[in-house]
Write a protein that binds this ligand. Structure first.
Ligand code: AP5
Length: 204
C-alpha cells in the first residue's frame, strides 16, 4: 500500500494494541493523536494545556487543534510514504481535512461492543518506559515491571462513558462516510488479541 491507513474504532477497541504489528508489516509509522496529546500535556505545552480539560472529561479535542497537529506531523520525512493513523480522524471535518493532504488506502474498523469496552479500559495499564499497553486480566504486565506500570487519567468508568458517547455521536458516522468510499474493512475485535491481529494482517 502506498497511501495511509486509518485504524478506526471505539475507545479501547485495541487500536494501540494492534498498531505496532501493522506498522511493522507495512513499514508505516504509527501516528496516534492520543499519544501526541498526552505528550503535549506531560510537557506542559500550550497545546497540552488547551487539550487537557477536554481529554480528562472524555470529550473530543476541537477539530482545529487536531488538524493543526496532524498537518505538522505529516511534514516529517518519515510520513512521505504514508502513515498508520491511530485515533484520527474522529469527526467528518477531520476526515475531510485529511483527504486534502494525503490519500487514505484503507480504514480498518475494529468493532467491539460497548459492554466489553468498559472492562478493557478500566483494566488497561501502560508501561511509561516502553509505551507497551497491558491489561490486568487479558495481557498482564510481567512481574518485573509491575511497580512502574501506570493507569491513564481518563481510564475511569465515568470518563469511559463520556468517551463512548462522544464516539457514538461524533465518530461512528465516519464508518459510513468511509464505507461509501469503498475504504472500510470491518474486523471483529471481540476476540483474542492474536486472532484480531491475524485477521488484520490477512487483509493487508
Ligand atoms: P486516544 O488515546 O486515541 O484514546 P481512544 O480512542 O479512546 O482509544 P484508546 O487508546 O482508549 O483505546 P485503543 O483502541 O487504542 O485500545 P488499546 O489497544 O489501548 O484518545 C484519548 C483522548 O484524546 C480522547 O478522549 C480525546 O479527548 C483526545 N483525542 C485523541 N485523538 C483525537 C482526535 N482525533 N480528535 C479529537 N480528540 C482526540 O486496548 C485497550 C485495552 O484493552 C488494553 O488494556 C488492551 O490490553 C486490551 N485489549 C486490546 N485488545 C484486546 C483484545 N482483543 N481482547 C482483550 N483485551 C484487549
Amino acid at each position: 500500500m502506498t497511501g495511509s491507513i486509518v485504524l478506526f474504532g471505539p475507545p479501547g477497541a485495541g487500536k494501540g494494541t494492534q498498531a505496532g504489528r501493522i506498522s511493522e508489516l507495512t513499514g508505516k509509522p504509527q501516528v496516534s493523536t492520543g499519544d501526541m496529546l498526552r505528550s503535549a500535556v506531560a510537557n506542559g505545552t500550550e497545546l497540552g494545556h488547551e487539550a487537557k480539560t477536554f481529554m480528562e472529561a472524555g470529550l473530543l479535542v476541537p477539530d482545529s487543534i487536531i488538524i493543526g497537529l496532524i498537518s505538522e506531523r505529516l511534514r516529517d520525512e518519515d510520513a512521505a510514504k504514508g502513515v498508520l493513523f491511530d485515533g484520527f480522524p474522529r469527526t467528518i471535518p477531520q476526515a475531510e481535512a485529511l483527504a486534502e493532504i494525503v490519500s487514505v488506502e484503507a480504514v480498518i474498523s475494529i468493532e467491539v461492543p460497548d459492554e466489553s469496552i468498559v472492562e478493557r479500559i478500566v483494566g488497561r495499564r501502560m508501561d511509561p518506559e516502553t509505551g507497551e499497553i497491558y491489561h490486568i486480566e487479558f495481557k498482564p504486565p510481567p512481574k518485573e515491571i509491575l511497580a512502574r506500570v501506570i493507569q491513564r487519567k481518563d481510564d475511569t468508568e465515568e470518563t469511559v462513558r463520556s468517551r463512548l458517547s462522544a464516539y457514538h455521536e461524533q465518530t461512528a458516522p465516519l464508518a459510513r462516510w468511509y464505507s461509501d468510499k469503498g475504504l472500510l474493512i470491518r474486523i471483529d475485535g471481540n476476540r483474542s488479541i492474536d486472532d484480531v491481529g491475524n485477521s488484520i494482517a490477512s487483509m493487508l
